[in-house]
Design a protein around this ligand. Structure first.
Ligand SMILES: [Zn+2]
Ligand SMILES: [Zn+2]
Ligand SMILES: [Zn+2]
Length: 97
């Protein structure tokens, strides 16, 4: 159950993420890990990257849900609710800290 997040179901089928942050490529910059917006499918870099393009995308657009675009990782993050979701036996569940 996802009682506190109304953003999880985006109604958008995100395509496979890119293998690069296109905004960093354009700037000639580098990134650490990649994230993908689940509201529009854009691939951007994580908050450990110098340019933090996914957070900037969230602030600029208000798109709330993103997921890891790292191979082998399957977690999601809701920006406005600050909720971290991981796959569980009955679908995604919230990790409490
Ligand atoms: Zn939410
Ligand atoms: Zn970037
Ligand atoms: Zn987006």
């Amino acid at each position: 159950m996802l009682p506190r997040c109304e953003h999880f179901e985006t109604g958008f089928e995100a395509p496979a993420p890119l293998g690069v942050c296109p905004t960093c490529v354009e700037m000639g910059s580098r990134w650490h890990h990649l994230r993908q917006c689940l509201n529009c499918g854009l691939t951007q870099c994580c908050d450990d990257s110098p340019n933090r393009h996914m957070s900037a995308h969230n602030r600029a657009t208000g798109h709330p849900m993103m997921r890891s675009a790292q191979p082998g990782e399957d977690w999601r993050w809701c920006f406005p609710d600050e909720l971290f979701f991981v796959p569980g036996p009955d679908g995604y569940e919230v990790i409490e800290d």
